[in-house]
Design a protein around this ligand. Structure first.
Ligand SMILES: *Cc1c(COP(=O)(O)O)cnc(C)c1O
Length: 492
């Protein structure tokens, strides 16, 4: 192609740089955020993936269109069928109705495109990430030896923490691999699959993951002690114990203090076992005077995963890995890359790349910083409390409901509940529960999730939207009652 074509393309780019040019796209976001406030209109779509895919079938565009036209097409082709997480009746997965100030900041992060790999690529945001990490490690009660990094989420944070634990257990693992008798990893049966996946990813193997049974959906500490004692008597080494603060299915918090006691008792080489706390979901409890007691003992962890894109209501992606001792994180990766990482003579190692699984990485720290600057930590804590109160409200509504039974006290913003259908087999009951959820979600009146709990298919809500209030919880119960009557009539 001629340089003329490139110059014409450049003219298009230049035309798109003004706020006026951006308006059609930004207006879609603003209209969405304001238009969902009153909870009118459908929450989701009833169209199948095939129907939507059919609508999108076209060959790759070879010619330009005005940005305003693209915005119109985008709107008519796609936006009708999104899940409206900002709609107060969306009470589904653990993904937030995001904080608006953080949403707008996302465009700025992209515009500036500072890569967090090395300080020279992000001269102001690298120090900012260190500062925000310090806010969080201070909150944990850790001292100046602490550190950490932002991650793509809890999966990466837990994976990286376990790489650091692996390095401590096997000092030459980077060059020689795991060896013939790798250590084991211990976690609760309700741990997120990120833990098992980390074991698979790092070549530890699933057989080296020892799962401890739960009691009331929390890691059973007596069972943990029995497990650690049995491992010790067999001469097995433990790489790390993983506890969960806000487990995925029920939002329950493991007793971190008691788990840390067990880690201290069964330690080796004069040190407690490495305790990793997966607080991807429940980390926000740290900010809340009402909920802080649920994470008591978290400071005794050696590593903590915490997802601001969950209960701090940031847009995806914003994850955090916090380390009680930053040098543990530096040891996790022993990467040499002379074209990127230069030996550091600074008193402080600023570059984040050597401590991260990622190389190029967005400066997501900026939207986290903006969220704190704009709303303040107290408001974010108040919002977390409110999300949790809505789960408690549903729990109270269902306390003596004829159809639905809550299955646990909500410890965070999650509640699982069962639909009691009399006189059907467990298989039929599971199928009816799936049908009820499917029908309710397709109706547009709301959106919830389902999970398996103690071998039973159950309904589940996660309140991730500060707009959801008591009236919406009432509407959820009304909606489920109505759809349950329909499902019963048509499934028999
Ligand atoms: C969500 C979640 C994860 C996974 O985090 P991602 O951000 O989705 O990668 C891990 N553990 C727990 C407890 C979670 O709730």
């Amino acid at each position: 192609m001629t340089d003329n074509a490139a110059l014409e393309a450049l003219a298009l780019l230049e035309a798109d740089t003004s706020l006026e040019a951006a308006r059609p796209i930004l207006a879609l976001a603003a209209d969405y955020l304001t238009g969902t406030r009153l909870g009118e209109g459908p929450v989701s779509t009833w169209h199948s993936a095939e129907v939507i895919a059919g609508r999108l079938q076209e060959s790759m565009p070879r010619r330009s269109r005005p940005l305003a036209d693209v915005a119109r097409r985008l709107s008519s082709l796609l936006l009708e069928d999104v899940n409206r997480l900002a709609h107060p009746m969306y009470i589904g997965h653990q993904v937030s109705a995001p904080l608006p100030a953080a949403v707008w900041t996302d465009a700025l992060i992209s515009a500036l495109n500072q890569s967090m790999a090395v300080r020279e690529m992000s001269p102001s945001f690298t120090p900012l990430e260190h500062q925000v990490v310090e806010w969080m490690t201070d909150l944990l009660g850790w001292d100046s030896r602490a550190g950490g990094t932002m991650t793509s989420g809890g999966t990466e944070a837990t994976f990286t923490a376990l790489l650091a634990a692996r390095r401590r257990a096997i000092p030459d693992v980077w060059s020689r691999g795991m060896g013939a008798t790798p250590p084991v990893l211990v976690c609760g049966e309700h741990a997120h699959y990120a833990v098992a996946r980390a074991a698979g990813n790092m070549g530890l193997g699933m057989e080296r993951v020892v799962t401890v049974r739960s009691e009331a959906h929390r890691l059973s500490v007596p069972a943990l002690r029995d497990t650690l004692a049995a491992l010790r008597s067999r001469g097995e080494r433990v790489m790390a114990v993983v506890a969960t603060a806000g487990c995925t299915a029920t939002g329950a918090f493991d007793d971190l203090d008691a788990v840390a006691d067990a880690c201290a008792e069964f330690g080796d080489r004069g040190e407690p076992l490495w305790l990793h706390v997966d607080a991807a979901h429940g980390g926000a409890a740290l900010l809340s005077p009402t909920h802080a007691h649920r994470v008591r003992g978290i400071a005794r962890a050696r590593s903590v995963a915490w997802d601001p894109h969950k209960t701090l209501l940031l847009p995806l992606a914003a994850g955090l890995l916090l380390m009680r001792e930053e040098h543990d994180l530096d040891a996790a990766f022993s990467q040499q890359a002379p074209y990127l990482f230069t030996p550091n003579d600074d008193a402080r190692a600023w570059d984040m790349g050597p401590r991260s699984f990622q190389c190029s990485r967005r400066a997501d720290v900026l939207k986290l910083w903006v969220a704190f600057e704009r709303y303040g930590a107290d408001a974010l804590a108040a919002l977390y409390d409110r999300l949790c109160r809505m789960a408690q409200t549903l729990h109270a509504r269902l306390a003596d409901h004829a159809l639905f039974t809550p299955l646990h006290e909500p410890e965070s913003n999650i509640l699982c509940f069962a639909w009691n259908v009399p006189g059907v087999s467990p298989e039929e009951r599971d199928a009816l529960t799936n049908a009820l959820r499917e029908r309710y979600n397709r109706s547009g009146r709301g959106w919830i999730t389902a999970t398996a709990l103690d071998g039973q298919r159950v309904l589940r809500i996660t309140v991730m939207n500060a707009r959801t209030d008591v009236s919406h919880i009432d509407a959820l119960v009304d909606g489920l009652e109505a759809e349950a009557a329909y499902v019963l009539k048509h499934h028999r």
